[in-house]
Design a protein around this ligand. Structure first.
Ligand SMILES: Nc1ncnc2c1ncn2[C@@H]1O[C@H](COP(=O)(O)OP(=O)(O)OP(=O)(O)O)[C@@H](O)[C@H]1O
Length: 243
């Protein structure tokens, strides 16, 4: 199976000397194309650092990261910015929409930044899929939290990225709305073949993924396929996540 993301012996140390913190310790893992992966682990286990390194938002201290076969380590900041714009989609806990822009302008912003013309059919398809038909001219303030996150998801998909990274994408949503966004994420993986990697604290969110990877103290300590919420919760308890 093709791997969209590959980390080889990735370590990340923040700070120097006495205050140095090893956030990732020789992490090696591959994310297969067209799969949904949840990154779980106790607070401080390295989840956000994993995502930052895998997405080219930060560079590891040691080891190598490949995205779609491109080696990220050693790339210039300009090249990394370009790669993130064109080949990666992001969905964060805070929706990060531009309040002065309409829904459709927010969705197409990555294309404008990359100087690429929108593919009308694809745009219509993703707007329909995320359930924003009829809302194209609204501004973010006129939308619910769930609708705003749908705009963010459409914006993440618009460039047809090789991978979409989510950092607690449902963290700011109520249970029902979170579930709707998770169903959508599941759908884009199952029906569009999109690769999604999502950091989450929530075992229910992880249960929408194909695989859950568990981080503890900067290492991947376990992996679970078809992760049922109860099993994930049990594993997290054993990792001391909810002491
Ligand atoms: N910029 C930074 N400078 C110094 N230390 C950092 C920095 N970012 C993270 N760390 C440390 O690295 C370790 C891993 O942090 P990280 O944010 O990746 O964990 P996490 O699993 O995402 O945590 P949480 O679930 O609380 O968000 C922690 O000990 C954290 O304090």
């Amino acid at each position: 199976m093709t791997e969209v993301v590959r980390l080889n012996a990735v370590s990340k140390v923040y700070g120097k000397g006495q205050s140095a913190v090893a956030a990732l310790r020789e992490v090696s893992v591959g994310i297969p194309k067209g799969t949904f992966t949840a990154i779980m682990g106790p607070s401080g286990s390295g989840k956000s650092t994993f995502l930052q390194c895998a997405a080219g938002l930060d560079l590891p201290t040691a080891g190598s990261v490949q995205l779609g076969g491109t080696e990220l380590t050693g790339m210039t900041e300009t090249a990394l910015t370009e790669l993130r714009r064109q080949r990666v989609g992001f969905v964060f806990q805070a929706f990060n929409l531009v309040s002065s822009l309409t829904v459709i302008e927010n969705i197409t912003l990555p294309l404008r930044l990359a100087g690429v013309k929108a593919d009308g059919a694809w745009l219509a398809e993703i707007v329909r899929r995320v359930g924003l038909d009829g809302r194209a001219g609204h501004r973010p303030a006129q939308l619910s939290g769930g609708q705003q996150q749908r705009v963010a998801l459409a914006r993440a998909l618009v460039t047809r990225p090789e991978v979409v990274f989510g950092d607690e994408p449902t963290g700011a949503l109520d249970t029902m709305t979170a579930r709707e966004v998770l169903v959508l994420l599941r759908e884009v993986v199952s029906t569009l073949g999109q690769t999604v990697v999502m950091v989450t604290h929530d075992p229910v969110a992880a249960s929408y993924a194909d695989t859950a990877l568990f981080l503890a103290d900067g290492r991947i300590v376990d992996s679970m396929s078809m992760p049922a919420a109860e099993k994930v919760a049990e594993r997290m308890t054993r990792l001391g996540a909810w002491k």
